[in-house]
Design a protein around this ligand. Structure first.
Ligand SMILES: *Cc1c(COP(=O)(O)O)cnc(C)c1O
Ligand SMILES: [Zn+2]
Length: 478
């Protein structure tokens, strides 16, 4: 490590790094040491960023530099899709950075899905984050949050989760044995693939009678009371890890910037991290142009869509209309409105990163759209037929891109990256219900959510256990 970096440390666990935490609110902007464990600004309650003294950090002059790291991937920190970009998130000394091999993900050209979306060949790319060790993009963030937790000496880490954060935390705890995982889930609100992971990996699983928003409120209280480290995306260090998804997208395009990046919006951690990553690269002169960001809500969990596209809420340099947002939530509460969508990973009414996400929308000239569960499942079937497969929430990005093309906001010639956030096998119930011949199953799982048809269903052919009938069926359908 360079001498200047060592000298800049101000004592405590942050010693030796040129990073600090900063409140994102415009009038406040208070700063805190990286060694402090905070999920909001003690002075004003807003979210915190991890920020860097960039002038003291040896940032490469070109993103191409990172290709060298990949050539030395026998080093676990250079194998990691998060830590091989260490120079862009150096909040902890390199040697304490925790990795379990996250971020080995692909940017894949997807022409058949592109045709469905309405794009010309070679214009749609899918960033498949389902290849992460726990099967979702959450591992990128967990590598970073877990590193911070380890840095401050935590022995227990907790999260509220619609499933993937808990699967990820449980995995990091199981592999590293550094901490005990405590996860909070809403009753009946978690896809079985995800619950199976948390249970298998040995996490202490607390099931709350309520939904994600209830579990989130409780885990904040409990972690405060018991001094447990919180790894939800209110944790600013988690979002540092999720910045690397953007770096890998750019890497997949040989460091060219696409016109659009499309991502599902739940708690809005990913979209916030993407905006931060891109803005930092731009300020550092490592990209010359900002791509536009499209954030896609499900109709049944469309807080961001309503606030931005209907209520006109904007970041306004950090001076956002908090009173209007508060009134919006009060109205939602008053009407007993609960999030409801087949895309359980984005089934969230009170996105914890709302203000950061508004900032990302501003710097990326972003748009927000909502898509129905019908559109989500049809898009998911197309992703599957294209050979990748994803969980319902992930397909919201593809459904949203399709919508934006049909509105003429995205041009058919523009380069679009849709982020597939989670693996196909996370939620097999939704997939099987879509393709089923069993009308009762379809109605129970999907019909109750307003899904009427399965335009791209690949239905099993039901045949008697008889060789002639089987031969006949194959000749008829094959
Ligand atoms: C967590 C998650 C999301 C939502 O991401 P946010 O950062 O909370 O907006 C979307 N898809 C999948 C598969 C997820 O696990
Ligand atoms: Zn503050």
């Amino acid at each position: 490590m360079a001498e200047s970096q060592i000298q800049s440390g101000r004592g405590g666990v942050g010693c030796g790094v040129d990073a600090f935490q900063r409140c994102i609110a415009a009038p406040c902007g208070a700063t805190y040491d990286v060694g402090e464990v905070l999920v909001s600004c003690p002075r004003c309650g807003e979210l915190l960023d991890v920020d860097y003294r960039w002038d003291r950090i040896p940032v490469p002059r070109s993103l191409k530099h990172f290709e060298e790291a990949w050539a030395r991937r026998d080093d676990p920190h250079l194998f990691s899709g998060v830590w091989r970009f260490y120079a862009l998130l150096p909040f902890a000394p390199r040697e304490v950075c925790v990795t379990i091999g996250e971020g080995q993900t692909l940017l894949q050209r997807a022409d058949s899905v592109g045709a469905f979306v309405g794009l010309k060949p070679g214009r749609l790319f899918l960033q498949y984050e389902g290849m992460n060790p726990s099967g979702s993009f959450k591992d990128n963030g967990m590598a970073a949050a877990f590193t911070h937790a380890h840095l401050v000496g935590a022995t227990r880490a907790a999260c509220a989760s619609t499933g993937n954060t808990s699967a990820s935390l449980a995995l990091y705890c199981a592999v590293t044995r550094l901490m005990r995982a405590i996860i909070f889930v809403g009753s009946g609100k978690i896809a079985f693939g995800k619950l199976a992971q948390a249970l298998d990996f040995g996490a202490l699983t607390v099931q709350i009678n309520g939904d994600f928003d209830d579990a989130m409120a409780r885990v904040k209280e409990v972690s405060q009371q018991l001094g447990i480290y919180l790894v939800n995306s209110v944790n600013p260090f988690r979002l540092e890890g999720q910045k690397t998804i953007i770096y890998r997208v750019l890497e997949g395009l040989r460091w060219e910037t696409p016109e659009w990046i499309v991502v599902p919006g739940g708690n809005l951690g990913n979209s916030s991290a993407f905006g931060k990553a891109l803005y930092e690269l731009y300020k550092l002169g490592l990209i010359q142009r900002m791509p536009r960001l499209a954030i896609i809500n499900a109709v049944g969990a469309n807080t961001l869509y309503q606030l931005v596209e209907q209520e006109g809420i904007r970041w306004h340099g950090g001076d956002l209309d908090r009173a209007k947002i508060r009134r919006f939530y009060e109205r939602m509460e008053g009407e007993g409105c609960r999030a409801n969508t087949i895309a359980s990973a984005i089934e969230i009414n009170r996105p914890v990163n709302l203000s950061k996400c508004l900032r990302a929308l501003e710097v990326c000239r972003g748009v927000v759209r909502e898509v129905t569960d019908q559109e989500i499942l049809d898009a998911k079937a197309q992703v599957g037929m294209g050979g990748l497969g994803c969980e319902p929430a992930s397909a919201a990005s593809v459904a949203g891109a399709k919508r934006l093309v049909s509105e003429g906001i995205i041009g058919p010639d523009e380069r679009v990256v849709c982020v597939l956030t989670g693996h196909q096998l996370k939620d097999p119930n939704a997939t099987v219900a879509y393709h089923t011949t069993d009308q009762e199953l379809f109605n129970r799982v999907l019909g109750s959510r307003g899904v009427r048809r399965a335009a791209f269903a690949n239905r099993a052919v039901v045949v008697p256990n008889d060789i002639d009938e089987i031969v006949k069926a194959i000749q008829l359908y094959g």
